[in-house]
Design a protein around this ligand. Structure first.
Ligand code: NAD
Length: 332
């Protein structure tokens, strides 16, 4: 049996799922968990039987790979430091807050020949992988319109890094919507035109927009739309994705467990995830973490690599740069 990959997780909020996934994996040996909040790191370490520290730079020599699950403005400097030390890196989204920093990290990983993977967790969820296959099969018609709803409520936290545009890298569209822009690009290919509008209404504690509507026109003719918000107390959205094709509707519920095909003949479930035989604490993160570890072991490029992430970040930056057309006075 090949040697296990020695791992560390930095940042233990979202990173807790990463720690669970490394702990559960046959491919990994979770050595360290790290958080500035040492008490938190200690309690996670006790649960998972590994070491803990608040200084991630001190333990780099003892691991092969790190997961960076820290605030967005830290992703680039931390990734660059880990890569310089020859470590494989799994970075929570987004890769970095600027194009320049994304390119720096991507080039550094290429030069050092280490694995750089983006933690786009949704890309590895079985129902999403199946939806991509369904779309590629051509059996369900040509996609005309894809709508996606990601609407929730983030308790106001004006003192957090989330509130600062410079640290978050923008607003909800960049921070959370990036998953769904990434999926739309993966599903439908080349984006041609983009537009977006955002508001801070209801999320005034954030400097960036807390609610956004973003639209992509793909070169195929398909239109994609993401409605995302951190200010909505009652969403009532009909699904996570609705994809209307020339033949019917493909619907993916928000729990990502099945795909429905709706036509004038009725509704057919074309995919349903089997109930898990064992409940894993890592949830969906286990899929991306297994992919990361397999890519390291096999020297393969991850599906969600740095260049792929940069492509979807560039699409969002183009959305932010787009300006709504002013409605003429006569129409108001
Ligand atoms: N994929 C998803 O669904 C999902 C969900 C939530 C968050 N995220 C991503 O995870 C990342 C972290 O977000 P979060 O919500 O967990 O943030 P958070 O602020 O709640 O937690 C970040 C943790 O990192 C620690 N930390 C900060 N700087 C550190 C440092 N230098 N060394 C060690 N620890 C440090 C903090 O103490 C904190 O515990 C972000 O990239 C975010 O976008 C992804």
């Amino acid at each position: 049996m090949s040697k296990k990959i020695r791992t560390a997780v930095v940042g233990l909020n979202m990173g807790l799922q990463h720690a669970y996934a490394f702990h559960e994996s046959e491919q990994a040996d979770l050595r360290w968990v790290v958080d500035l909040d040492e008490a938190r790191a200690k309690s996670v370490a006790e649960e998972l039987g590994c070491s803990y520290t608040s200084d991630w730079t001190a333990i780099l020599d003892e691991v092969d790979a790190v997961s960076l699950c820290t605030p967005h403005h830290l992703h680039a400097p931390q990734a660059l430091q880990a890569i310089a030390a020859g470590k494989h890196v799994l970075v929570e989204k987004p890769l970095a807050n600027t194009e320049e920093d994304c390119l720096r990290v991507i080039r550094a990983a290429e030069e050092k020949k280490v694995t750089l993977m983006m933690a786009y967790v949704l890309r590895y969820i079985p129902a999403i992988v199946r939806l991509k296959e369904v779309l590629n099969s051509g059996r369900y018609g040509r996609p005309i319109n894809a709508s996606c709803w990601v609407e929730g409520f983030l308790p106001p936290n004006p003192d957090s890094w989330f509130a600062r545009k410079e640290k978050l890298g923008g607003g909800v569209l960049f921070s959370h919507g990036c998953h769904y822009v990434d999926l739309l690009l993966w599903f439908f290919g080349k984006p041609e035109l983009v537009a977006s509008l955002g508001t801070r209404l209801g999320t005034e504690w954030m400097e960036g927009e807390g609610t956004a509507h973003a639209t992509i026109a793909f070169s195929s003719g398909t239109l994609g739309h993401v409605s995302c918000s951190w200010g909505i107390k009652h969403s009532g959205a009909p699904a996570r994705f609705h994809i209307q094709t020339t033949e019917g509707l493909l619907a993916l519920p928000a729990d990502y467990r099945k795909i429905e095909w709706v036509t004038d003949k009725g509704t057919e479930t074309i995919y349903e995830e089997a109930p898990a035989s064992i409940e894993r604490k890592s949830g969906s993160v286990k899929y991306e973490v297994e992919h990361f570890l397999s890519c390291i072991a096999g020297g393969r490029e991850p599906e969600t690599n740095g260049r792929d992430a940069l492509r979807s970040h560039r699409t969002i930056w183009a959305m932010y740069a787009s300006r709504g057309e002013k409605v003429p006075e006569a129409a108001r």
